[in-house]
Design a binder for this molecule. Structure first.
Ligand SMILES: NC(=O)c1ccc[n+]([C@@H]2O[C@H](COP(=O)([O-])OP(=O)(O)OC[C@H]3O[C@@H](n4cnc5c(N)ncnc54)[C@H](O)[C@@H]3O)[C@@H](O)[C@H]2O)c1
Length: 379
């Protein structure tokens, strides 16, 4: 058995907890250092996760001192590129950064360049690729169980970048990482709405066309029905997918819904209940990262290029609304088109007053950050 990989975490918040649980549950990592602006956040990590890691309030100091094999980036979206590029410059073996990959395609591209230049493996945390039920759906589609996929329908909320980048990533995963050819959509933004300091819309609708012929659709903040998963309509059957179960209907099921609730590689669904998708997704994601670092697999399902494409599909919806056109991928606009629309006055909020739907995550008396990409003053 090879030695455990030394991990340092930047940003000890709610999602980085799942990274750490994933590392520990896979049994192949040792979490040796934590960096956060809040000492309290790091102390909580040690207590909840049974760590005895070194603490740093300056993440660069941690990167310089700890000789890390793996760096987890768990700060908010606007810090993903800053900290991935900073970590890459210190040449760990791999970086696991949360989604959405960055606040602009330009910054996401810089993350890819920095990791390539320094020979660092980069994965983006779309951990649902490791849910057994998602992989079952992908395999059934590849086997032709529902014929050719005609429509994948998903329902999101809380803005496109956060919730729905999981869905754009899922579309590609279900379709064997097929490429999205074009995107057309529209957004409504009457209020000055943000999510973790990223500007978001009030509601959105989008259509995605894939090279192999499949089409997908997201209704975001439009319907009361919201979940991770999809209705998948094929020429010879249907799949109804959630994060824990899959129902298949085709000729071989006699036209009736056939239920599948697969266990994971690490955990049993019945034993974990609602925790299953987090513990199984986190452990699978970490385990494949160790495989990638150790050369057991050629690549990682969540590799940076896939994270980039999930973000590109989201920003293409904004670009379609901005330019009133069908946007052909790859996208050439590298800034965030929603920011462009708002800042140019094209889409000025009609009900002024900025608010953040994740303000409750901030520490102490803070309900606000200035949105800076470097080091938000949180404490
Ligand atoms: N993959 C998923 O399903 C999933 C789910 C939830 C959140 N996320 C993503 O995870 C990211 C973090 O979200 P969260 O809910 O965990 O946020 P959070 O507020 O709980 O945690 C962020 C942490 O980063 C720390 N931080 C901020 N600036 C820092 C800096 N310069 N140096 C060190 N630490 C710093 C904060 O003090 C805080 O503890 C977001 O990008 C979000 O989209 C992903």
């Amino acid at each position: 058995m090879s030695e455990k990989l030394r991990v340092g975490v930047i940003g000890c918040g709610s999602m980085a907890r799942h990274h750490v649980r994933g590392y520990l549950n896979s049994g192949r990592f040792e979490v040796v250092a934590l960096a956060d602006l809040s000492e309290e956040a790091m102390a909580q990590f040690d207590e909840e996760l049974g760590l005895s890691a070194k603490h740093y309030t300056d993440a660069r100091e941690m990167l310089d001192r700890e000789n890390l094999d793996v760096v987890s980036v768990g700060v908010w979206h606007s810090g993903h590129a800053t900290w991935t590029v900073a970590a890459a410059a210190r040449r760990p073996k791999a970086i696991l950064c949360e989604k959405p990959m960055a606040e602009t395609l330009q910054r996401a591209e810089q993350m890819l360049i920095a990791c390539r230049r320094n020979d660092v493996k980069l994965a983006i945390g779309h951990q649902r690729r490791f849910l057994p039920v998602y992989t079952l759906a992908r395999d059934l589609i590849a086997e032709g169980a529902i014929g050719s996929v005609e429509l994948i329908q998903s329902f999101g909320a809380q803005g496109l970048p956060n919730f729905c980048s999981h869905q754009t990533d899922m579309f590609r995963y279900l379709l064997g990482d097929d490429e999205c050819e074009w995107v057309m959509g529209n957004v409504e933004r009457k209020t000055d709405r943000y999510e973790r300091t990223t500007r978001i819309e009030d509601a959105a609708i989008a259509v995605f066309q894939f090279r192999g012929g499949a089409r997908a659709m997201i209704l975001c903040d439009v319907t009361p029905l919201v979940y991770q998963g999809a209705h998948i309509y094929g020429s010879e059957g249907m799949i109804d997918l959630t994060t824990t179960e899959l129902r298949l209907l085709n000729e071989s099921t006699g036209g009736a819904w056939q239920l599948h609730r697969p266990d994971g590689k690490f955990f049993k669904l019945e034993e974990q209940g609602r925790r299953f998708e987090w513990v199984e997704g986190g452990a699978g994601q970490a385990d494949e990262l160790a495989d990638w670092v150790e050369g057991i697999v050629e690549t990682h399902r969540g590799r940076g290029e896939n994270g980039y494409k999930a973000l590109e599909m989201i920003h293409a919806v904004y670009e379609s609304a901005r330019c009133h056109e069908k946007v052909i991928l790859p996208m050439q606009t590298r800034v965030n088109p929603l920011d462009l629309m708002v800042e140019s006055g094209h889409l000025a909020p009609q009900r002024p007053g900025r608010y953040d739907i994740r303000a409750f995550l901030l520490h102490g008396e803070r309900l606000w950050t200035d949105g800076s990409t470097e080091e938000p003053d949180l404490d």
